[in-house]
Design a protein around this ligand. Structure first.
Ligand code: PXG
Length: 289
C-alpha cells in the first residue's frame, strides 16, 4: 500500500506522523471519506470543497489549491491501482508544542490513504438495520458545529459505544433540544406519505454528500417532495420508511428503532428505488482516475 504523506508516497510501515501533531494531541484537523466506483471518484469536487470549508471554519490553512488536493486523491488511487476504493483524506494542524495554541503549528500535514472498501453485510441492505436513540447528544453548533468534519469525533464515538453496547450497529443522536440530528457516521431520513424528510443541518447534522445526492435523486428523478424539518423520535417511529445515508453505507434501510417496527418491518419501496438510482449514479458519474 502506497500512502500519500506531505508530498511523498510512502509504504504503510513508513507512514508516520509526529506525536506532537495537534491532530493526534487534540483532534485538531479535518478529514473526508471518499469513494471510487468503477475507476471514477464519486463527488470528488464536493468532497474537496467540504474539506476546504471545514478547514476554513477552524482557521486551518491547507497549503494546496483545491485542484492540487483533487490530484492527491487521484494520484493515491493510481499509485495503488485501485478502481473501487475508500479514500481517507486528512489534514492535521501539524506539529506544535504541548500547548493548545494552533498558531504554534507552522504547517498543516496532509495525508491520503486509499484502501479496498469493506462493505457492510448484505443482510443489512436486504432486511434493514435495527438502530437505537442514545443518551449522548450531538454537539451543539454553538460549541463545535456538526457541519465541520473535524478529526474530533469523540462525540460520535461516545454515541457509537452506546449503540454497540445495545447490540446494534448505529445510534441516532438527538440535539440538545431533543430533536433528531443524525447518526454517528450517517445522515437519517424518513418517508411519510410520499414525502422524504431529513433534519436540517442546523439541527446538528453534517451536510452529507450522500444526503445531498439522495435529496436530488428524490426530487428530480422520483418527483417526490423533499423536506428538511425538525423531527422527534416519535416522528421516526410512525414513519412509513426510514433509511440512513453515508459514503461508506450508501443508502441503507432501517426497519426497527428503539424496539418499534418501522412501517411493515421490511425495507420500503421508496428506499429500494433510491438505492437503485444511487447505484446508477455511482456507475455513470465521477472524476476518472
Ligand atoms: N454524518 C456524520 C457525522 C458523518 O461522519 C455522514 C453523516 C455522511 O456524510 P457523507 O458525506 O459521507 O454522505 C458522515 C460521514 C464510519 C465513518 O466509520 C463514517 C463517516 C466518516 C468517518 C467514518 O462509519 N461518515
Amino acid at each position: 500500500m502506497k500512502i500519500y504523506l506531505d508530498g511523498k508516497f510512502v509504504e504503510k510501515e513508513d507512514a508516520k506522523i509526529s506525536l506532537f501533531d495537534h491532530g493526534l494531541l487534540y483532534g485538531d484537523g479535518v478529514f473526508e471519506g471518499i469513494r471510487a466506483y468503477h475507476g471514477r471518484v464519486f463527488m470528488l469536487k464536493e468532497h474537496i470543497q467540504r474539506l476546504f470549508d471545514s478547514a476554513r471554519a477552524i482557521t486551518l490553512t491547507i497549503h494546496h489549491t483545491k485542484d492540487e488536493v483533487e490530484n492527491i486523491v487521484l494520484e493515491t488511487l493510481r499509485a495503488n491501482n485501485l478502481k473501487d476504493a475508500y479514500v481517507r483524506l486528512v489534514v492535521t494542524r501539524g506539529v506544535g508544542d504541548l500547548g493548545l495554541d494552533p498558531y504554534k503549528c507552522p504547517k498543516a500535514s496532509v495525508f491520503c490513504i486509499a484502501d479496498k472498501i469493506k462493505l457492510y453485510p448484505e443482510e443489512f441492505y436486504k432486511n434493514g438495520l435495527e438502530i437505537v436513540t442514545v443518551s449522548t447528544r450531538r454537539n451543539i453548533p454553538q460549541a463545535i458545529n456538526p457541519c465541520i468534519k473535524s478529526l474530533n469525533y469523540l462525540n460520535n464515538i461516545l454515541a457509537k459505544i452506546e449503540a454497540v453496547r445495545a447490540g446494534v450497529p448505529e445510534a441516532i443522536m438527538l440535539n440538545a433540544e431533543g430533536y433528531v440530528a443524525e447518526c454517528t457516521g450517517d445522515n437519517i431520513f424518513i418517508c411519510k406519505d410520499n414525502t422524504i424528510i431529513t433534519p436540517p443541518t442546523w439541527a446538528g447534522a453534517l451536510d452529507g454528500i450522500t444526503r445531498r445526492t439522495v435529496m436530488e435523486i428524490a426530487k428530480s428523478k422520483m418527483k417526490l417532495l423533499v423536506k428538511e424539518d425538525l423531527m422527534t423520535p416519535y416522528h421516526l417511529y410512525i414513519a412509513d420508511e426510514c433509511f440512513l445515508t453515508g459514503t461508506a453505507a450508501e443508502v441503507i434501510p432501517v426497519t426497527k428503532i428503539d424496539s418499534r417496527v418501522i412501517g411493515n418491518g421490511r425495507p420500503g419501496k421508496i428506499t429500494a428505488k433510491l438505492i437503485k438510482e444511487f447505484h446508477e449514479l455511482t456507475r455513470t458519474s465521477g472524476v476518472p482516475i
